[in-house]
Write a protein that binds this ligand. Structure first.
Ligand SMILES: C[S@@+](CC[C@H](N)C(=O)[O-])C[C@H]1O[C@@H](n2cnc3c(N)ncnc32)[C@H](O)[C@@H]1O
Length: 281
């Protein structure tokens, strides 16, 4: 099979770049959320579902005081992102919490029933093939009295900048790049999905955080365009020819956004999440 065309400006993607793309935003949300959820103890068993580089797991490890002896299962369908979490864990000489990293589809968890005290699925639902199945698995794998959490983005100002770059460089007739078209989820959909999955008395929390875009907006735009803008049918020569135009359009729009600030040499964009929380009966 022929190797698919990739524009020469595209980056070679790996877990560290995903971490840079996410610019601490889900880490900040995870840290803030853990302060509001029931306190973890030495016997807590936690699922970080769709863990990627481990924003949730690393926030648990950083709790002060840490829940010494607690167990975290960090799972993701993509082993490439988990490699980044494994590298982060390898840097901690005696972690206070046991962490097991595994490859698993959130729509088909192989954990037994009633395994977890806390299950957090943060910023994963937008891309799932079967979101209702995923919500059922979260409920199934919680212990009675355990807490289930689903986080989705309500406001992502950078997203519009990428959609506009798609329209500018590819035209309005071309279908939106798949990763961009499926990044939106919305509170109505979590309400529907959790109801269909049998979640009862769901509480909703709003959480805002700054996405750290780094010192160089064009670099962040290049990572985002590489990761999120692959068109339907794959990259073409046109994407290489118009790459610089796309990057400068994104950088310019981000800098102009009402939700942008430049602080201590770092560009930041404000994002807001909708978080659904259930306590299993
Ligand atoms: C935007 S990242 C969020 C990661 C992390 N939970 C956080 O809060 O930063 C989405 C992650 O969901 C993972 N993912 C997508 N589909 C999945 C599935 N079906 N099962 C498990 N993980 C999935 C991706 O591989 C990616 O690592």
């Amino acid at each position: 099979m022929a190797t698919p065309f990739v524009p020469k400006q595209a980056l070679n993607f790996h877990g560290a770049l995903l971490q840079e793309l996410q610019g601490n935003v889900s880490d900040t949300i995870a840290q803030s959320l853990l302060r509001e959820l029931p306190t973890l103890t030495s016997t807590s068993v936690v699922h970080d579902n769709g863990c990627s580089y481990g924003a949730v797991t690393l926030a648990i490890l950083a709790l002060d005081p840490p829940p010494v002896g607690a167990q975290v299962y960090a799972t993701d369908v993509n082993p490439m992102f988990q490699a980044q979490l494994k590298a982060e864990l390898a840097k901690i000489s005696s972690p206070p919490v046991k962490v097991e990293v595994d490859t698993m589809d959130a729509c088909n968890l192989s954990f037994p029933d009633a395994a977890f005290d806390l299950s957090i699925t943060s910023f994963v639902f937008a891309g799932l093939a079967d979101d209702v199945a995923a919500a059922k698995h979260i409920l199934r794998t919680l212990k009675p009295g355990g807490t289930g959490v689903i986080g989705v983005w309500k406001s992502m100002p950078w997203h519009v900048a990428l959609e506009n770059a798609h329209i500018k460089t590819r035209g309005t007739d071309e279908p939106m790049a798949p990763f961009l078209s499926k990044s939106w989820y919305g509170k109505e959909r979590i309400e529907q999905v959790t109801t269909e999955a049998g979640w009862e008395d769901v509480q909703y929390i709003d959480k805002a955080a700054w996405l750290n875009l780094g010192t160089d907006l064009e670099r962040w735009a290049r990572i985002a365009w590489t990761f999120l803008a692959t068109p339907v049918g794959g990259w073409t020569q046109r994407d290489e020819d118009r790459w610089d135009e796309a990057i400068s359009s994104i950088s310019h729009e981000l800098a102009q956004s009402d939700m942008h600030k430049f602080e201590d040499g770092i560009h930041k964009i404000r994002m807001v999440a909708d978080i659904a929380v259930v306590r299993k009966k």
